[in-house]
Design a protein around this ligand. Structure first.
Ligand code: GLA
Length: 412
């Protein structure tokens, strides 16, 4: 499977090199951005856990049950994390009737779904519109209706639908050298699964994963997408997280209740991220109204990671009922300043030091004027939990890759 995964990622990497050139070719493609009616799911960004970032191809039934148990035991469920999402590598073979079976790692998917539901949680699954998934397992091509019915029978609540082999097997095969037609085929494939999910009669969150190609944010709602990946894959290192964060600027107008930009699943607690980096990553995702899908090893979660993932104030920013994504208001050197409007006239401000040293940008002076705020402001520092006063031009000292995240309930 590793070889499959490598091949798949090579294809994706090559294809992403041409993504920029696709933009102009596909800009004229008449895809109407009319949101399709969908069951009331994902009215706030979905929260939960997904197996890929930590377990990747090694995940099995026990890991999923453990994750469900831990969501409850750690208080994450109470903080809002409800989806337990199985990513790639659960798929087995199709039988003579075309019905897909899970593989030996997942002996009884219905029983697993029942278990997850018995904890008051929801369960998600993964597939591809292509013949194979990214890791080389069975995809849904030509079996969309059957698969959607199967998910509904199992009690699945969420589907991540990952483009992968659809690119070489369908787009490039059927429309070589015609990027506009390739895009049309891709959009049609997502629309087909949306129709199948709706026909299944079960409310299922529909998560598009095609790495942000062809301005997916413009057309995803028209194919029933509740969330759509805006970039390639995340990895647990600051440079990648910061690159993805920077690529969210300008996408805020596409987010609204039921329709979210997805900068990929969380790496909080993974790799060698420092606490500051974990805080900044989580803060930015909250500013983006991003889905909060933890991707760490829950049974071995350190208390300081749990404290970050369960910070209720930060989660409240993410889940704010207004559903407006934050904007990068300005950058100065290595410091970025983001602002997010919240329900009831409140605002959240995030100041990120992307620089490698505390002093590289020191002193950074916060411009309240540029943030549209007038005079001194009183708010809450969401990482210390203490009140904070901000004034125009105030010097801020931020450690390497750290964040100041402030909520102002009554901005002036
Ligand atoms: C792609 C996706 C990842 C993950 C893997 C699974 O790379 O972007 O999030 O789902 O496939 O193979």
């Amino acid at each position: 499977m590793r070889i499959f995964a490598l091949l798949a990622s090579t294809v994706l990497a090559l294809a992403s090199l041409t993504a920029a050139s696709q933009t102009s070719a596909t800009a004229k493609t008449p895809v109407k951005a009319v949101p399709a009616p969908r069951q009331m799911v994902a009215q706030t960004p979905p929260m939960g856990w997904n197996s890929w970032n930590f377990f990747a191809e090694k995940v099995d039934d026990k890991d999923i049950r453990d994750a469900a148990d831990q969501l409850v035991a750690t208080g994450m469920k109470d903080a809002g994390y409800v989806y337990v999402n199985i990513d790639d590598t659960w798929e087995g073979q199709r039988d003579a009737n075309g019905v897909l079976h899970s593989n030996e790692k997942f002996p009884d998917m219905k029983a697993l779904a029942d278990y997850v539901h018995s904890k008051g949680l929801k369960i998600g699954i993964y597939s591809s519109p292509g013949p194979k998934t990214c890791a080389g397992y069975e995809g849904s091509l030509d079996h969309e209706a059957l698969d959607a019915q199967l998910y509904a029978q199992w009690g699945i609540d969420y589907l991540k639908y990952d483009l992968c082999s659809f690119i070489p097997a369908v787009m490039e095969k059927q429309a070589p050298d015609d990027k506009a037609e390739q895009m049309r085929l891709m959009v049609a494939a997502y629309a087909k699964m949306d129709k199948a999910l709706k026909a299944s009669g079960r409310p299922i969150v529909f998560s598009l994963c095609q790495y942000g190609w062809d301005a997916v944010w413009e057309w995803a709602p028209s194919v029933g997408g509740n969330l759509w990946r805006t970039t390639g894959d995340i990895s647990p290192n600051w440079d990648r997280i910061y690159a993805i964060a920077s690529q969210q600027a300008g996408l805020e107008k596409y987010a609204s209740p039921g329709h979210w930009n997805d900068p990929d699943m969380l790496e909080v607690g993974n790799g060698k991220l420092t606490l500051a980096e974990n805080r900044s990553h989580f803060s930015l995702w909250a500013m983006f109204a991003a889905p909060l899908l933890a991707g760490n090893d829950l049974p071995n979660m350190k208390p300081e990671i749990k404290a970050i993932l369960t910070n209720r104030d930060v989660i409240a920013i993410d889940q704010d009922r207004l559903g407006k994504q934050g904007t990068r208001v300005y950058s100065e050197g290595e410091v970025d300043v983001w602002k997010r409007p919240l329900a009831g006239g409140a605002v959240a401000i995030a100041v990120i030091n992307a620089g490698d040293s505390r002093y590289a940008t020191h002193p950074f002076h916060l411009s309240l004027n540029q943030l549209g705020l007038h005079g001194p402001q009183t708010g809450k520092d969401l990482w210390t939990g203490k009140p904070i006063k901000l004034s125009d031009g105030q010097p801020l000292e931020l450690a390497r890759h750290d964040v100041l995240l402030v909520r102002i309930d009554a901005p002036k």
